[in-house]
Design a protein around this ligand. Structure first.
Ligand code: PYC
Length: 333
């Protein structure tokens, strides 16, 4: 056996969606904030991300998180989120995976019944409250970054000339939110290719008309997620298919998407503070969210969202790179 590197991983899934948590082998990435480290990694070490996410070690819906020492004294760990399509500022299902791995492998001091972990993420500080019983992480509640609606009832013209109306909201990533009905499609997994194509066509139209940009951080930009909610969805219980660039569905209910959806419902006057909102994925798995308060982001009304879900550890691995491997960055088919 020969290898140019050894990357230590604890694999998990959060409500169906994988998070490969990289616990060692990367070292400290240069940068004075976690967002600077995210951008440095994207610029200088992207091959490692590709090797970990792409086939043959990953797959087209693979997702992961690289653990780092925090860049701030008020946090326990730092995180760089990675996935097939790039580097998210924040990832909700990934953070539930990270918190579960930190507790169940003893990488944080564990207290029962609740272990609180403060995470330094590229989008800001995220607090994880892990319900622990006999050493097992039974549930993780995240207090996410401030979330806000950007536009309600905005129109986009698709490449085929159709016009659709959508809301745009931020919950750690930007989300277009609209009913699946807008495309005349049923909430049916056997129609997934058409649903994917519909979401991607809207994403393309939104970005072509002008990428959304975070008002406090211009490096956080672009719409790469489209939340298509199912018929019968209400402001208390909603089912959806989440289309993600460059062409896959979130298997989990999508944490940052749940926060964006709650911000959108709040802006519409449909979801008051401290009210439970159940968000179901395309698989039928659930996060339960609520809004804890209000704030402002660059003078814009915003909400303070939280949501709860669960992750399960699926394995541990050391990922290697043989010097003769013809696919040092893997591949996407
Ligand atoms: O849970 O925030 C999330 C997420 C983003 C992309 C995939 N999952």
């Amino acid at each position: 056996m020969r290898s140019r590197l050894v990357l230590h991983a604890v694999d998990s899934h959060t409500e169906g969606m994988p998070t490969r948590v990289i616990t060692g082998g990367i070292g400290t990435v240069p940068g004075s904030s976690m967002n600077e480290r995210r951008l440095y990694f994207r610029e200088h070490r992207d091959q490692i991300k590709q090797l970990l996410m792409n086939e043959p070690r990953g797959h087209s819906a693979m997702s992961g998180a690289i653990l780092q020492p925090p860049t701030r004294t008020d946090c326990d760990w730092g995180v760089i989120y990675i996935e097939v399509s790039g580097y998210l500022p924040m990832c909700g299902h990934g953070t539930i995976g990270v918190a579960t791995v930190l507790v169940e492998t003893g990488m944080v001091e564990v207290t029962e019944p609740v272990t609180t972990i403060r995470l330094d993420t590229p989008a800001g500080v995220v607090v994880a409250e892990v319900t622990v019983e006999g050493g097992a992480a039974r549930a993780v509640t995240l207090r996410n970054v401030p979330s806000f609606a950007i536009a309600l009832d905005r129109e986009a013209t698709l490449a085929d000339g159709r016009t659709v109306t959508y809301d745009l909201a931020y919950g750690g990533n930007f989300y277009a939110v609209l009913p699946l009905d807008a495309f005349g499609l049923p909430f049916d997994r056997s129609r997934k290719d058409e649903i994917l194509a519909a979401g991607l066509s809207l994403m393309e139209a939104i970005n072509a008309a002008g990428e959304p940009v975070h008002p406090e951080d211009p490096t956080i930009r672009g719409c790469r997620h489209v939340h298509l909610y199912a018929p019968g969805a209400t402001a208390r219980h909603s089912r959806h298919a989440m289309v993600i660039h460059p062409g896959w569905f979130d298997r989990s209910p999508c944490g940052t998407g749940t926060c964006a959806r709650m911000a959108q419902l709040h802006a519409r006057g449909e979801l008051p503070l401290h009210t439970e909102f159940v968000n179901e994925s395309f698989l039928g798995t659930r996060f339960t969210g609520r809004l804890l308060g209000t704030t402002e982001v660059a003078g814009r009304p915003a909400v303070l969202p939280s949501f709860t879900g669960r992750a399960w550890i699926t394995g541990t691995a050391q990922y290697l790179l043989d010097p003769d491997d013809p696919f040092p960055a893997g591949f996407v088919l």
